[in-house]
Structures are given as structure tokens and as C-alpha cells.
Unconditional design. Structure first.
Length: 343
């Protein structure tokens, strides 16, 4: 993290401590609400958070002023989750992988090949009977999830070697998100996991510290990974949501009227982000193919699924409380089976 970011984070922590004692964050009693995320200003996540910012400022501008900090200005996702946990900032976008370290319940969404299709994934994430117990499971840690964002499907992309079967991953060092589940997934698939923050990936690819990574199509274009990696393989190993988390004390301090408005704002974040995501993925695929020279591959998914099946069994054995949720997901999978895209 550069000195500017360190200074900014330190300043926000000091400001938050000061304002927690005075009860306000701006002149005239207006409370500043800070939101951090790790994407660029062109990303659907930022578009959605700006819509939230405008909505809250319009509805509650006499009491609150929302500020959105993109591009890891407040540090890595891990830094931002910790800042949200302590109340130094009020909201941040967190990857499901990071939240797994705070609550084992989030392991379920990190399971590779959990969802049969995008339709099944969306139906599950929109079902409060499934998501609410998981979203509330981090309250003791000082924060809770308030909505989810579509991060598409995660697939392998590599610098020099196309991935068309698990055997192609042997000997390759692949960046994964920082979670035990993802590290074990790579072991089962025969590759070597290289957990690291998202902001470090481009340099690691460029300098050949790693051979590839796994993420959605936006990483190719919005983060420049397609300038280095020329093969993108749709094994579709994960459909993992990004999560908007909120400091629990902040939410509990809202009046019922304010909470109702914020909750409507959370629904707006979900709606705007998901609509923007569809167009953004189409644009990313077009740009990656025609401007960056990325080749899209569609390997047989079944060998990947079989290799990762032991991980499903071990997670459910170690966390029996997830079995009902897992079974509910399988019901949606039966209703919305796989439909593979191709060029």
C-alpha cells in the first residue's frame, strides 16, 4: 500500500474516533457516511454505489452526506472490512472469500461448482430464507451484510497456457482470493494457489510471479489483466457474490425512518449493479477479444466438477449447519439447470 493510502486510512481512523465522541461528522450536524470498494470508477459496483449516494443524499441530505471511495483508496478489501468492523468507515464492498474468515457460513458460496447456472445463482441470492441467516452471521464481529452484488462467473485465465482440463493447471501458480476454500480448490485441481490482494495481481502477472488468475471478464479489461493473459477458459468454477457490508453500530443508530430509507438504498444498489453488470460483461468480452487479443475457451466442465467434489463433502462434514442451505441450492439447481454459452 502506498504512503498516500496509508495516510488516508490513518486520517479516517482518527476522524472516526473524533466524530464518535462528538456525534457528527460535518458542519451543521451532517453525518458523513463513508463507503469503500476496490473497483474503478467505470465498474458497475461504483455505478451502483453512486446511485446509492445520490439517493441517500437526496432523501436525508440534511442529516447525512455519503462519500464513495473507489479503487482501494481506503486500502485493500481486507483493510476496508477491518475499518468497517471498527466503525472507522461505515460500509464497504467485501468479497465472499474475505467474509469466510469471519463466519464459516460464507463457506457455502465459495464452494466451486455450487450453482448449476447463473439463473440458479440469482434465485438463491434473492431468496432471503437462504441469505439472511448468512448475512446476519457476522453481527458479533461488528458488521452485517445488507445486500449482494453480481460478480458473474469466475474462470481461469493464463498468460501462456490455455486451460482446457484440470491437467493443464499442473505446475501453474494461479492467484486466488484469500480463503482456505479457494486454496483447497486449486490443490484439488492440480494447480498451485497464490492467495493475494486483487490490487497486486496485475504486477504479479506482468512480472511472471504467477502464471494466471481466476476472475470474471471485467478483470481482463477494467483491470488490464487481458493485456498480459491471452487465454480465458470458461470452466465456471465459482459464482461468488460480492457483499455490501455495514457497520452494525451505524445501522443500529438509525431511526426507523432513516433505516427504511437506507434499506431502500440497499435495494437500489442491487438493482443498478445487476443491470449495469450485464452490459459491462458484454463490453468486456468484446474489448478483450478485439482489442487485447484474448482467446475465449469452453472446456468440458465435468472433469473440473469431479475433481472438486471432495471439497463439497468436507465442507458439509465440518459445518453440518450448512446442509439445509446446500440442499435448498440443489433444489434451485434442478429447476434452473446448466446452459453453456459459446462463441
Amino acid at each position: 500500500m502506498n504512503n498516500f493510502r496509508k495516510h488516508l486510512i490513518f486520517s479516517i481512523i482518527i476522524l472516526a474516533a473524533t466524530f464518535s465522541m462528538t456525534g457528527c461528522s460535518a458542519a451543521g450536524g451532517q453525518r458523513i457516511v463513508r463507503i469503500g470498494h476496490n473497483q474503478s470508477v467505470n465498474h458497475p459496483t461504483h455505478t451502483a454505489l453512486v446511485a446509492f449516494q445520490n439517493y441517500i443524499n437526496e432523501k436525508l441530505g440534511d442529516r447525512y452526506s455519503v462519500e464513495v471511495y473507489p479503487s482501494e483508496l481506503l486500502g485493500s478489501q481486507t483493510d476496508m472490512v477491518q475499518l468497517t468492523q471498527t466503525g472507522a468507515i461505515d460500509f464497504c464492498i467485501a468479497s465472499n472469500a474475505i467474509l469466510e474468515t469471519f463466519s464459516q457460513d460464507y463457506e457455502i458460496f465459495n464452494l466451486p461448482y455450487l450453482f448449476a447456472s447463473s439463473e440458479a445463482y440469482h434465485q438463491v441470492m434473492d431468496d432471503p430464507k437462504i441469505t439472511e441467516p448468512i448475512f446476519d452471521s457476522t453481527e458479533k464481529a461488528g458488521f452485517r451484510a445488507v445486500t449482494w452484488l453480481d460478480a458473474g462467473t469466475r474462470n481461469f485465465y493464463t498468460v501462456n497456457k490455455p486451460i482446457e482440463s484440470p491437467a493443464d493447471l499442473k505446475g501453474l501458480k494461479i492467484r486466488v482470493q484469500q480463503s482456505p476454500t479457494n486454496v483447497e480448490m486449486m490443490r484439488l485441481l492440480g494447480g498451485s494457489a497464490a492467495p493475494m490482494g486483487f490490487g497486486e495481481v496485475y504486477t504479479a502477472l506482468q512480472s511472471h510471479i504467477i502464471d494466471g488468475a481466476e476472475n470474471n471478464e471485467m478483470a481482463l479489461t477494467d483491470n488490464g489483466h487481458g493485456d498480459v493473459c491471452k487465454y480465458y477458459s470458461y470452466d465456471m468454477h465459482q459464482m461468488v457474490p460480492d457483499i455490501l457490508i455495514a457497520n452494525d453500530a451505524f445501522l443500529n443508530g438509525l431511526s426507523q425512518e432513516e433505516l427504511d430509507i437506507f434499506q431502500e438504498g440497499f435495494r437500489l444498489v442491487n438493482q443498478v449493479q445487476r443491470e449495469a453488470w450485464v452490459e459491462a460483461v458484454e463490453n468486456a468480452r468484446d474489448r478483450a477479444r478485439n482489442q487485447q487479443g484474448v482467446q475465449f475457451l469452453y472446456p468440458d466442465q465435468e472433469p473440473f466438477v469431479e475433481a472438486c467434489r471432495p471439497l463439497h463433502k468436507s465442507i458439509l462434514q465440518n459445518n453440518p449447519g450448512l446442509k439445509d442451505i446446500y440442499n435448498a441450492i440443489q433444489t434451485y439447481n434442478a429447476i434452473y439447470p446448466a446452459q453453456r454459452d459459446s462463441d
